[in-house]
Design a protein around this ligand. Sequence first.
Ligand code: FBP
Length: 559
Amino acid sequence: MKELSSLQIERLKYQPKLPSSLSGGINNLTLVEGNKTECVKDAEQIKELFKNTYGKPVVTFKSSNQTEDAPVRNIGVILSGGQAPGGHNVIAGLYDALKQSNPQNKLYGFLGGPSGIIEGEYIEFTPEKINAYRNTGGFDIIGSGRTKLETEEQFQKALKVCQNLNITGVVIIGGDDSNTNAAMLAEWFVKNNAGIQVIGCPKTIDGDLKNEQIEISFGFDTATKTYAELIGNILRDANSAKKYWHFVKLMGRSATHVGLEVALQTQPNITLISEEVEQKQMSLKQIVNYIADIVAKRADMGKNFGIALIPEGLIEFIPEIKSMISNLNDVLATLENDNSYTSADENTKFNIIKNKLNAADSAVYDSLPVMIKKQLLMDRDPHGNVQVSKIETEKLLIEMVSNKLTEMKKAGTYNGKFSAQCHFFGYEGRCAFPSNFDADYCYSLGYNAFALMKFGLTGYLSSVKNLSSPANEWVAGGVPLTMMMNMEKRHGQFKPVIKKALVELNGPVFKVLEENREKWALEDKYIFPGSIQYFGPSCVCDITTETLKLENAAKLTAV
Ligand code: FBP
């Protein structure tokens, strides 16, 4: 019986690249401090909530000839939130840096996400354990979870667990919500003189944890390439059989970075961008008309097939539904402990909600199909987000487009055949073998996280920049987490959170779609990217995403 696939065996041997500033050794670094920082919005409240960690400078590292002392340290690491390719390499980079710094150092992995540090569930990493997971996808080395760290009791428990293990530093690998956790924990540890540093690492396939300092979160590269391969295959199937319209919902939560990137890699007929829907204040009906119009035009050309990409978070950006969801979130927060609601049957629940929503939102809620009404009532995640992955927007759109085409047929404005298939791509890409880019980037982020700890920093996000250049030219450093924060409503209350980066409609990436989409809608300009290549010529193994390429090129021209 085989224990490992051939690719697994070969990937374990891959040696990830480091930026040259780090490759001179973890004990041979100089820290360069930039200017003090401000948060993105709501400065007064954020300053008040993060009295001890607010306003720190952005930092970078340079390699130095002087070797520094490296006292023995124990560090803990947490994988938090949704899986993203490369998480294991962050841990491998962190482990290698820590052992290189002082072989007596220990790395503990908290099990099952942030709850592991509260419950004291952990393992100590051994070389064998780390070596078995190098360059692999998944978070299964220690598991992940979405527990929100925010209460005094949780912080006290975490402190106790860390003290028992002599841990003086915690690395949290996560997205915007998880790094909000990291910022809260860092502040609490400083306030309570705990002597424990906290460093975050930017993870999420969604690509929405980015800003001037963070070019992209890890996992986006591999996940989008995986989806692009699948979409390319479906495009070819559609173009071969010429009988189906494929409606593909793509993960990415609120922002449409994933959908946009995949569109640029494959050039499908229709790509909806949530941010554009919101900006143009498009109603659900207008979106349906837009799709039906393209279906009809293609049918006139004898083409009863095509592909439409639907962003996972679309529903939250359609103005009338956005307003309804916001009202609904407040209503649900008041019903959380109301037995007459929680124990009610489905129809009674619908009626309670309908009566509690304001008139306009109630009408919108009531107009939706039962399937969607039900999905909108599902529990919010621990951070208060609607679980958009469970809302079947692709099915909703197929049904509504089909109804619209029936009307058009009666009116004599459509004379085609509409047969649709629906897909949801998300989980397929989150645990793929990391691309060379993600393998290198993640390893560097983990290695760099330990460098930040060595300099006594806390409340920072590990940052590696200049990512469109070869890895040795990448710039390693750190960004204060408070710099990315603002106040947002969650579970009916305003809370400090890291601001999500949405697709910029004036940005270079969206512009490419905007300039080409009419052509892509009617002419078939499909591109078939094929699968991620791990071995072979650099032109296929080391390509970055279109998003990174275009955004970094635009930054260079702006300088
Ligand atoms: P993170 O923000 O934690 O990285 O999660 C990303 C994501 O994959 C979203 O794209 C998706 O909406 C969500 O996780 C799904 O969550 P779950 O894994 O809990 O079903």
